[in-house]
Design a binder for this molecule. Structure first.
Ligand code: G
Ligand code: G
Ligand code: NA
Ligand code: MN
Length: 253
C-alpha cells in the first residue's frame, strides 16, 4: 500500500510531530494536563490530520511502531520541560486498539522509565472498543498499568459497546465524555441527560471525568453546574505545537 510506505518513510524522516491540547479546570481556569495529538507535517502538503492515516496504520500494523514513537516523543518532551525548570502536568497519549493488543504494561513502562519520569505524569487514552476486542489481555494490561501508577482514561466514552458491568471491573482512572454528547448541551434534552448521568456515574465509581469538545460557554456552564470541572475543547484551548505548550506551562502561577 502506497500510504503505508509513505508513513514508514515519514517516521524515518522525522516528519511526525505532536501538538498538545490543554485540559483545563473550570473552577480557576488552571492547566491540569495535555492530550498529545499526532500530526504529519508532510512536505508540500502541510499538516495532515491523524484521522486520514491512523485507520490505515491500524490496518497495516504500522500503528505499533508509530504508537511507540508517540509515547516516546511525549515522554521526551516532558523530560525536556522538566529539565528546563518548568512544572510539568500529566500528558495523555492515544493508544489504538491494535497497539494495546500487541504491548504489555512493561513495554509502556520501559518507555516512560527511559526518560526518568514519574509514571503518574503519563496517561494512556484507550477506547471502549480497544478493551472489548481482547478483554482478557486488556484487563490484565490495565491492572498492571494501574499498579505501576500509570493513569488510564476511557476515550470517547459512551460511543462504544462496553456494558456497565465491564466498566465496574475496568481498572481505569478517568472517563472522557465523547464530544458528540457535549455538542448537544444544553439545547438537546437527551444529551443533557446522557452527559449529567455519565458525570454522576463517574463520581459514584470514583473516577475522574473530562468533557471533550467543549466549544461554547453555555456548555461549560452546564458542565460546571453538574459538577464536571475538567474540560478539553476549543473554548479553553486548541491543540498547539510544543513551543506554545511550554509557554502555557511557564505562564502558570
Ligand atoms: O487531532 P485530530 O482531531 O485530528 O484527531 C483525529 C483522530 O485521531 C482522533 O480520534 C484522535 O483520537 C486520533 N489521534 C490523534 N493523535 C493520535 C495518536 O497519537 N494515536 C492514535 N492512535 N490516535 C490519535
Ligand atoms: O478521539 P479523540 O477524542 O482523541 O479526538 C480528539 C480530537 O478532537 C482531536 O483531533 C482534536 O483536534 C479534536 N477536538 C478537540 N477539541 C475540539 C473541539 O472543541 N471541537 C471539535 N469539533 N473538535 C475538537
Ligand atoms: Na483521545
Ligand atoms: Mn476523545
Amino acid at each position: 500500500l502506497a500510504l503505508d510506505r509513505d508513513l514508514r518513510a515519514a517516521l524515518a524522516r522525522g516528519e511526525f510531530q505532536l501538538h498538545y491540547q490543554p485540559k483545563v479546570s473550570l473552577i480557576d481556569q488552571s492547566l491540569e494536563g495535555f492530550e498529545a495529538l499526532l500530526r504529519w507535517d508532510k512536505p508540500g502538503f502541510g499538516m495532515i490530520s491523524p484521522g486520514e492515516f491512523i485507520p490505515v496504520a491500524e490496518d497495516t500494523g504500522f500503528i505499533v511502531p508509530l504508537g511507540d514513537w508517540v509515547l516516546d516523543e511525549a515522554c521526551r518532551q516532558l523530560r525536556e520541560w522538566i529539565d528546563r525548570g518548568l512544572e510539568p502536568v500529566p500528558v495523555a497519549v492515544n493508544i489504538s486498539p491494535r497497539h494495546l493488543r500487541q504491548r504489555s504494561a512493561e513495554d509502556f513502562r520501559r518507555i516512560i522509565d527511559r526518560h526518568r519520569l514519574s509514571p503518574d505524569l503519563v496517561e494512556l487514552e484507550i477506547t471502549e472498543g480497544a478493551v472489548m476486542q481482547d478483554m482478557d489481555h486488556a484487563l490484565s494490561v490495565l491492572a498492571a498499568l494501574k499498579a505501576m501508577g500509570i493513569r488510564v482514561a476511557v476515550d470517547d466514552f459512551g460511543t462504544g459497546h462496553s456494558s456497565l458491568s465491564y466498566l465496574k471491573r475496568l481498572p481505569v482512572t478517568t472517563l472522557k465524555i465523547d464530544r458528540s454528547f457535549v455538542n448537544g448541551v444544553p439545547s438537546e434534552r437527551e444529551d443533557n441527560g446522557i452527559v449529567s448521568t455519565i458525570i454522576a456515574m463517574a463520581d459514584m465509581l470514583g473516577l475522574d471525568v473530562v468533557a471533550e469538545g467543549v466549544e461554547k460557554q453555555e456548555q461549560a456552564n452546564f458542565l460546571r453546574h453538574h459538577n464536571c470541572t475538567l474540560v478539553q475543547g476549543w473554548l479553553t484551548g486548541r491543540p498547539v505545537p510544543a513551543g506554545q505548550a511550554a509557554d502555557l506551562l511557564a505562564m502558570r502561577l
